[in-house]
Write a protein that binds this ligand. Structure first.
Ligand code: 1SD
Ligand code: ZN
Length: 261
């Protein structure tokens, strides 16, 4: 069925030369968030986001998604609060999406897929000297996940969409100087949080996931612009960049906490 074809696609993708699962992994991502099994935690603080638009550097098609990367040499773009004990620095954001609107997100809510999911990747620069070292540590990373659903055109996202044709091929990079990704976050403060992993190799179990409850709305044209990107380099046989998400992983011995009742 469909599930198996995604696994096959993952297994064949160059980024997936290491195993699809981590032997002995106990906190892998993504997961299905079962709303009624999540536990309200009154001690969870609101998440505070403070991004400096001038720390934005460029957009890079890395052959699996497009990454909007930030200058993370100082504390100018950070998040604090929520489930986090430290402040975490923004390194990059990227998306995962489907070939059609029926799937595409990595996480699901009550087994429902959204057509796409935004990940804002942050690292713990208080305890670790570099992103690469933070990736190896249990509390090294914090990723904010935001679901995208079909609806009205998203004006903030459109700036990004307009730049995508310039990074159509794998390994292309363009300058993208000023962008405040907080425009991509829903205004509702509610989130779920759980301990998980990266969803691409090295799949390390270093991520505190913060999944926003409310999706943002984007329109069909904006999703189609994502689907025009390519997994392949200039000159290779063109393969559309679609279905760049990892299959769901077992919850194991974990609790998903919610910031809301
Ligand atoms: O898919 C991204 C991958 O592109 C890379 O950014 C990695 C961190 O270096 O993070 C994963 S994910 O776990 O945020 N999906
Ligand atoms: Zn991701």
């Amino acid at each position: 069925g469909a599930c198996c074809s995604y696994r096959l696609r993952d297994a064949l993708h160059p980024l997936w030369q290491s195993p699809l699962t981590i032997p002995g992994g106990t906190r892998q991502s993504p997961i299905n968030i079962q709303w009624r099994d999540s536990v309200y935690d009154p001690f969870l603080k609101p998440l505070k986001i403070s991004y400096d638009p001038t720390t934005c550097l460029h957009i890079w098609n890395n052959g699996y998604s497009f990454l909007v990367e930030f200058d993370d040499s100082t504390d100018r773009s950070i998040i604090v609060g929520g489930p986090l004990e430290n402040q975490y620095r923004l390194k990059q954001f990227h998306f995962h999406w489907g070939a059609i609107n029926d799937w595409g997100s990595e996480h699901t809510v009550d087994s429902k897929f959204y057509p796409a999911e935004l990940h804002l990747v942050h690292w713990n620069a208080v305890e670790y000297p570099s992103f690469e070292e933070a990736v190896m540590e249990g509390n090294g990373l914090a990723v904010i996940g935001v679901f995208l659903k079909l609806g009205a055109r998203h004006e903030g996202l459109q700036t990004l969409v307009d730049a995508l044709p310039a990074v159509k091929h794998k390994d292309t990079v363009i300058e993208f100087d000023v962008f405040d990704p907080s425009c991509l976050l829903p205004s509702c403060p509610d989130y779920w949080t759980y301990a998980g992993s990266l969803t691409t190799p090295p799949l390390t179990e270093s991520v505190t996931w913060i999944i926003k409850k409310k999706p943002i709305e984007v329109d069909e044209d904006q999703l189609e612009a994502f689907r025009m990107l390519l997994f392949t380099s200039d000159g290779e046989e063109e393969k559309r960049m679609v279905d760049n998400f990892r299959p769901l992983q077992p919850l194991m011995d974990r609790t998903v906490r919610s910031s809301f009742q």
